[in-house]
Ligand binder design. Structure first.
Ligand code: DOR
Length: 441
């Protein structure tokens, strides 16, 4: 009897837990139903993927999409449009919106704004604060919650838990892995006079290596005391990579495309566009973060997509806000590193799909396996393109990579069986849904 599927991706090279090789994929409804030679099977739609490579859907577990609040920079629809145009199938969005995502009502509001309006799947980080500690066990398990996020150093917005006692209480309450912006607020305050008006290159002098390292050391000590799991976001220093290597039992680490691709040399031509928290630093940090990728100390990639308009960015430093777009460029920028031999494709999949699923306990995502969600990032490893501001769907309308030539490009994005993006066009109306987690099933 001929097998029948709703969708077959045929003739592509698949990269998954089974290695790398030519395999067809059969999808029924939103689920992967078969992997192998499906040349004799029938399908509602058969997509010829010869010459293309199929990856498990890329999950970006750190984006700021600004809704509700400063939606002139971004909203959930535009942010997720950028995500799927860039090959990203699910995002975890950050709580520094307005109002802050710190309670059940604010989380439910985001979930209802996102459902069937976002183009990709989604979860929302809930901000941990001094005030909501007692609610954390409940909040972190609500539908659509990615977990608890804490800012230990001030960045965009007002979320802040700078003190050991506050972090300790939060980590005493979490059961899931909590995510941290790790920069020491006390040191940032002391060093504020080091900011040089009009010189964004002083940003990494102000927010220095010690501010990041010291905070990460405090955080790991507290996590050990509380027997809690932590996730250190956007590692910017070689020192933290080397320190975290000794704490892999409790601490996971995220690295970003900008810390792996750009360096303080780029302040000269990017100016405040490069201004980011934690900062982009000297090339030797970039090299040591790459070492962390090679060694496996760095667990996952996240873009930290943090859009601000060009007008806002044009303010003289330090009035200019910190942040740059990134969700749409994560895949092409990292595929270009693959093409240059700095990263294997298997390791990219480990860091962008299997890794987030493993760290955060995502149900049915992170691998191309029968019974899993049919989420695929289809890429052309040989395609050469130039990244431009015009390609960027973000309301911010710019990218620090404008003019960068890359080899490797996302050509298709499938979310739970729906062909959402194909060859640069969004071809299916938005039907994003909340990511499900083992801890909250
Ligand atoms: O540079 C940053 N911008 N770092 C953050 O932690 C927040 C982000 C934003 O929301 O703009």
């Amino acid at each position: 009897m001929t097998q029948t599927f709703d969708l077959i991706l045929s003739g592509g090279e698949l990269v998954n837990q089974d290695g790398r090789g030519q395999r067809d994929i059969g999808v029924i409804g939103d689920t992967i139903a078969a992997i192998g030679d499906l040349s004799r099977a029938s399908a509602g739609e058969r997509i010829d993927c010869r010459g293309l490579t199929i990856l498990p859907g890329v999950i970006d577990s750190q984006v700021h999409f600004r809704e509700p609040g400063p939606v002139h920079k971004e909203d959930l629809e535009t942010g997720s449009r950028g995500a799927v145009l860039g090959g990203v199938t699910a995002v975890f969005e950050m709580p520094n919106t307005n109002p802050l995502t710190t309670g059940e009502a604010e989380l439910a509001d985001k979930v209802s704004r996102a459902r069937n309006r976002m183009h990709c799947d989604f979860a929302f980080w809930v901000g941990g604060t001094h005030e909501n500690v007692a609610d954390i066990p409940h909040l972190e398990r609500l539908p659509g919650a990615a977990g608890i996020k804490v800012f230990m150093g001030s960045s965009t917005g007002s979320l802040l838990v700078e003190d050991d006692a506050g972090v300790s209480r939060i980590l005493g309450a979490t059961r899931r892995r909590a995510a941290f912006h790790s920069e020491d607020e006390y040191r940032l305050n002391e060093r504020k006079p080091l900011r040089v008006t009009g010189d964004p290159n002083s940003h990494h002098v102000w927010r220095d290596v010690t501010a990041a390292l010291q905070c990460t050391q405090r955080l790991v000590r507290i996590a050990r005391e509380q027997r809690a799991l932590i996730h250190v976001l956007h590692i910017s220093t070689g020192e933290e990579i080397e320190f975290l290597a000794a704490h892999k039992d409790i601490a996971s680490a995220e690295v970003t495309p900008h810390h792996l691709t750009l360096s303080s040399d780029d302040y000269a031509h990017l100016g405040t566009k490069l201004q980011m928290n934690p900062p982009v630093r000297e090339t030797h940090h970039r090299d040591r973060i790459w070492q962390g990728v090679a060694d496996g100390v760095a667990d996952i990639l996240g873009s930290d997509h943090a859009p601000h308009t060009l007008e806002e960015k044009a303010k003289p430093y330090p009035e200019s806000p910190s942040g740059m777009t990134g969700v749409q460029t994560l895949v092409p920028v990292m595929l270009d590193h693959v093409a240059a031999g700095r990263l294997t494709l298997e390791r990219f999949v480990d860091m962008s799909s299997a890794g987030p699923a493993r760290l955060f306990g995502i149900a049915r995502k992170g691998r191309v396996a029968v019974g899993y969600d049919a989420d695929f990032t289809v890429v052309d490893l040989k395609r050469q393109e130039t990244i431009t501001d015009q390609w960027i769907a973000s309301r911010a309308g710019w990218t620090p990579y404008h003019g960068k030539q890359v080899t490797g490009w996302p050509v298709g994005t499938f979310v739970r069986g729906a062909k959402v993006m194909w060859q640069g066009e969004i071809v299916t109306p938005s039907q994003g849904a909340a990511v499900r987690f083992h801890a909250a099933l």
